[in-house]
Design a protein around this ligand. Structure first.
Ligand code: ADQ
Length: 743
């Protein structure tokens, strides 16, 4: 109900109540007034005629009757009677109500024991109420009898009715007036309020508005000061991250544990080649490691990895810069099959992604997973040089390692980041080793996810499957004396992207890419860049291109979609099948829409080094990221980073973590092929002004919320946790002191 209507109803109710109470009070008071008045009148009439009455009393009935008739000339006196003291009627007027004779009055007076003069009563007759008074008549100081006067009270009722009508009329007039005034006041107040608001927003503040503006100002100032504090260190970049590490954590290095290494050495016929793997995790973490220095512990998976590393598996990277080390851990084929392909990628990966693939859990894979986690945890412990190192454990391959490391290094700061979604507790419950997985992660100081939703899902899973206390206010899990924080840290990419330094202009990239693909210079180009993984929605993407061409004939022969697809996990049947399905689908669409040299889909199924990937981003009119479920998806952010010309349109699946950050993208449901086709058409038709507006806003977002900030925020939170632990005495003072003096 609108507020004004509610107020009016309340007002009317109040007025009605007041009228009712007023009416009752008024009738009671007037009643009392009339009675007093009548009593006084009766007394006055009798007293005024006292002499005549006394004289006529003795002379009998005739004279008395005349005197009584005189008294009743007043229109309100109905009748009068003269009674002896023992109740005999001496005389009465011609009209006198028989019900109230002398005996009746005498009996009442005796019954009440009242000797007031005049004695009065109000009685109801069939024709209306009457007022009866008995006044004592005396001669020479001695009572000789009583005169009874009967007053008609119907006029009083008439007056009451008139009063009631007047009050009702007053009530209606008042209500109408109040409602009208309220509405006028409300209109005026609204007008004044909006004009004040307008003035306040335009910076011109009036006195009346000051309290509200004051509150808003205080809030804005608070936010600004928080932002300032954040900004005081300048934008997040490698230098700021390094200083955060040294000032907040007294650390000079970090240890990263991740399955994938950032540089893979492969044998080729022409010698050893260094590869940058197609991995979001590596894309994000490698710049962090370059900034922080330390050791990256990973699986040595390259064919030339052993020969390029020292006896303990160390190799200095990046090639030519050598700011940190990789510690390679060697796995047997059986270990890799069980831990990596088996439990991690046939079990946990489909379990955590809602992409309609059934997870497979095998006991022997689990055993490998446990053993390999121990192997890596041991390698990490071998690399540390303090009792309280900073260890960054990465992803679903190492769910058990945090607890294993914690058992050996109780004072370590372990930050674990889960790069893929964490599903609902119900879904996690499918895993036969869910308790072990969760317990392993709870060995961490902080467990990080991309989104708040993933954090909540994790906390729910802890609540469902573990013995622990959940501190919901602090988003922490408490087990005994140890607490693990659960926090969202949306991951990002380095800014600026160093690969762009060497790249030619956008115009040159456009020209060279079109040349390479055999396309005309004015061809419209869409790009997709992914590992060949069923969660990336590559089939749906190609089907959406099919829809685009079928719905918008203007793009047939002009639009080409190039898909760079890095083969991934090809030992797993599902991935091989996907590879075949994508190829067949591309052929089918090309057959449908191809003409002469024109093929709408170009599939480049191989790994491409980052400079090529970025050249393609720069050459395209649009980039379509169609993941069916994705923790973040860094391809979306890379496309934005690549477009320093502020052109190009990002079409982005709503099921990616990136869709929360990059709201100026065209957000689509990748399963809705028609709408996705429409979105691509909208992207291709989008005026340059709108493209610039969207792209510049997304670029601001990615530049500010870059990967240094992601890592920095985690380190700052870890530092805070360490400070608290130090205060609570868990970190030993001697160890802290020893490090402070550099021993
Ligand atoms: P990924 O599943 O690997 O990451 P994503 O974040 O998109 O997915 O990163 C892919 C990376 O591989 C990008 O840097 C991209 O340039 C590169 N790449 C893709 N195809 C390539 C190709 N054909 N050749 C060469 N490079 C290619 C996981 C999670 C994500 C999360 C990241 C980071 O699945 O949800 O965003 O970790 O946390």
């Amino acid at each position: 109900m609108p507020r004004l209507l509610r107020f009016l109803l309340l007002l009317l109710f109040g007025l009605a109540l007041m009228t009712g109470v007023g009416y009752v009070a008024l009738t009671r008071t007037t009643h009392r007034w009339f009675e007093t008045d009548l009593r006084a009148r009766s007394l006055f009439v009798v007293t005024a005629t006292k002499q005549i009455l006394a004289r006529n009393w003795e002379h009998g009935h005739e004279g008395l009757a005349d005197t009584l008739e005189d008294i009743t000339r007043d229109e309100r006196v109905m009748g009068a009677a003269a009674c002896t003291l023992d109740g005999q009627r001496l005389a009465s007027t011609s009209v006198y109500p028989l019900d109230y004779g002398c005996r009746w009055v005498l009996a009442r007076i005796e019954q009440e024991g009242a000797e007031t003069n005049p004695w009065t009563t109000t009685e109801a007759l069939p024709g209306g109420r009457v007022h009866l008074s008995a006044i004592t008549v005396a001669a020479e100081g001695k009572p000789i009898g009583r005169v009874l006067l009967v007053h008609d009270l119907s006029y009083l009722e008439r007056r009451e009715a008139t009063t009631r009508n007047l009050l009702l009329a007053a009530f209606f007039v008042l209500s109408l007036g109040a409602a009208t005034i309220t509405m006028i006041a409300e209109r005026l107040a609204f007008r004044v309020w909006t004009s004040e608001l307008r003035r306040a927003l335009s910076g011109e503040v009036t006195r009346d508005f000051k309290p509200l503006v004051g509150d808003v100002r205080a809030l804005v100032e608070r936010l600004a000061s928080e932002r300032d504090r954040e900004a005081r260190g300048g934008p997040w970049n490698p230098a700021r991250l390094r200083s955060t590490l040294t000032t907040h954590l007294d650390g000079e290095r970090v240890i990263i544990l991740a399955n994938r290494e950032p540089y893979i050495h492969d044998k080729t016929p022409t010698g050893v080649r260094v590869l940058h793997p197609a991995s979001g995790l590596v894309t994000a973490l490698e710049p962090v490691m370059r900034a922080c220095s330390g050791v990256w512990v990973a699986h040595g998976s390259g064919t030339a990895d052993k020969e390029t590393a020292d006896a303990r598996g160390h190799v200095k990277v990046p090639p030519g810069e050598e700011s940190y080390s990789i510690r390679r851990v060697w796995l047997s084929e059986a270990e890799e099959n069980g831990y990596y392909y088996g439990f991690s990628n046939e079990g946990l990966w489909p379990l955590c992604h809602v992409a309609h693939a059934r997870p497979v859990f095998r006991a022997e894979d689990w055993e490998h997973y446990v053993r390999v986690n121990r192997k890596f945890a041991d390698a990490v412990c071998e690399e540390v040089d303090t009792e309280d190192p900073i260890i960054l454990v990465q992803d679903y391959h190492f769910a058990l390692a945090p607890r294993m490391i914690r058992e050996r290094l109780p004072r370590a700061t372990i930050l674990t980041f889960w790069h893929i979604p964490w599903p609902s507790a119900e879904r996690i419950g499918i895993c036969p080793w869910r308790e072990e997985i969760i317990s392993g992660l709870l060995g961490s100081s902080i467990v990080g996810f991309h989104t708040r939703e993933h954090c909540n899902n994790f906390i729910d899973a802890v609540d469902t499957f573990m013995e622990s206390r959940i501190d919901r206010e602090a988003n922490a899990i408490v087990q005994g004396a140890r607490r693990s924080l659960v926090r969202p840290y949306p991951i990002s990419i380095e800014w600026p992207v160093h690969w762009l330094e060497e790249l030619p202009s956008v115009a040159e990239c456009r020209a060279s890419v079109r040349r390479e693909l055999g396309l005309p210079a004015d061809a419209l180009l869409g790009v997709g860049i992914d590992r060949l993984d069923y969660t990336k929605g590559i089939e749906e993407r190609l089907q959406a291109v099919d829809e685009l061409l079928s719905r918008y004939p203007e793009f047939r022969g002009r639009f080409t979609f190039v898909q760079l697809a890095a083969p991934s996990r090809t030992k797993i049947a599902r991935y091989r099948e996907l590879n075949d399905r994508v190829e067949a689908l591309a052929d089918e669409i090309n057959a449908r829409w191809g003409k002469g040299d024109y093929r709408p889909i170009i599939l480049l199924r191989s790994h491409h080094e980052p400079p090529t990937v970025f050249r393609y981003y720069r050459a395209a009119e649009l980039c379509y990221v169609s993941s069916l479920h994705d923790g973040m998806n860094l391809v979306a952010k890379e496309f934005v980073a690549a477009r320093d010309d502020e052109l190009g349109v990002l079409v982005l699946s709503q099921f990616t973590g990136a869709a929360r950050d990059l709201t100026e993208a065209l957000i689509v449901n990748p399963y809705d092929l028609g709408r996705a086709g429409d979105a691509m058409a909208a992207a291709l038709r989008m005026p340059e002004d709108e493209q610039r507006e969207r792209m510049s806003s997304m670029r601001r977002m990615v530049s500010e919320f870059n990967v240094y900030r992601w890592a920095g925020r985690m380190l700052v939170d870890a530092a805070e946790l360490r400070r608290r632990e130090r205060v609570s005495g868990r970190l030993s003072a001697p160890a802290v002191l020893a490090r402070a003096i550099g021993s």
